[in-house]
Design a protein around this ligand. Sequence first.
Ligand SMILES: Cc1cc2nc3c(=O)[nH]c(=O)nc-3n(C[C@H](O)[C@H](O)[C@H](O)COP(=O)(O)OP(=O)(O)OC[C@H]3O[C@@H](n4cnc5c(N)ncnc54)[C@H](O)[C@@H]3O)c2cc1C
Length: 384
Amino acid sequence: MEAAVPGFGRLREIYHRAVRDQRPAGAVSAQARYRAACRKAMVQGEPLEKASWPQVLAAALDREALRLVADTGGYDVHTGGAAAWIDVLFHTPPLAEYVTLSCGMQSLPRALHSAFEGAGGRTRWGHRLCRIALTERAEGPYELTFALEDRMGRDTGHRKRIQADTVVLALPQGPLRRIEAGPEVFSRFWREDLEAVEPVRAVKLFLAYDEPWWRACGVETGRSTTDLPLRQLWYAPGGASRLLLAAYPSGPSTAFWDRFDTGPSYQVPGGMGAFRAGPAAPAGAVDYAHELLCRMHRVRAHPPVAACWQDWGRPPYSAAWHMWRAGQAREEVAARMRAPAPGGSLHVVSDCWTVDPGSIPGTLGCAEQVLQEYFALPRPPWTS
Ligand SMILES: Cc1cc2nc3c(=O)[nH]c(=O)nc-3n(C[C@H](O)[C@H](O)[C@H](O)COP(=O)(O)OP(=O)(O)OC[C@H]3O[C@@H](n4cnc5c(N)ncnc54)[C@H](O)[C@@H]3O)c2cc1C
């Protein structure tokens, strides 16, 4: 960071101390100095804004250090813009503690959803938006066409049309790309702005064992990284937990696992087979991951008793998360995405075009901005 933006570490320290001590003026001043340093920063003769993250790494590290970063980071080195990523790192406290909700992350959308229904909102499951058009009718300026899906998410062939005065699309890049838009719904920037972020693929393989064999290797809980195709794994905390997030590749590393796509699902005679409600895992992927786990921990363990596979889909139409591409006017693009139909009441609330793409704080921050800018909602007390 220091090589890319001289003074980064000190300014970050000052900024977070001011935030912690609730001195907004100090935080604003440190942020302004950091921004000024970013504007002056050059990477291999190019302004930082135009540089990709791999370019910044290559400018600061030699070949072996680059390899070390790639092999041990767990996440593949992303190819997105450096300036946006450095911003995320600047705003992450130096001694950040990573926490999760005690009832699991799913409790957040559940709580938001109950509050929405409690306030009179209605949810219609199995409706996939496929078209938006302008209408002259009195009911509203937009006509939305939904494809009705069955419980397995399959298109039933039925379509439903409704009119709406105001539309908020809470969708990421892939689904937005697929929506057919009538003439003049979106501004002329729409297609280009959609592509300002780069989709990143990720998959997860969960395995359950009849015993937590990793304890014998001295591992209780937390995360390991590896240059094997597993890339990173998490050992579930808690007394008798026998659960592993056994493989978590992202970016190009995911492609390795595609070879197992077409095979049968993992079956354990007499075992649990699959986690309740979890997607089945390809047998080839489970067998190979188990082999790699044993090699990595130098153990001989019994095969897993259950497996579950989660794939967030393949770019360009589906992805796990997104990164800003290099050279984007991020604030302008993000503002246009929040209101992509100038003069109309149509908004995008997403985790893509935000200050911290692919994160829950980014998503909620974007939603708050839309609510305050366009629906005159007051600033909630929990925003900093
Ligand atoms: C593997 C992984 C790890 C992550 N780790 C973290 C983390 O540690 N911390 C963190 O803060 N964030 C993390 N994130 C990011 C976080 O999960 C997302 O930012 C957040 O879920 C985005 O919420 P969203 O509502 O904007 O989009 P989504 O959760 O993607 O919701 C979009 C919804 O729209 C529905 N939909 C799609 N198309 C249509 C259509 N045409 N019509 C109607 N509905 C449609 C989808 O079914 C989905 O329910 C992670 C994401 C992944 C994939």
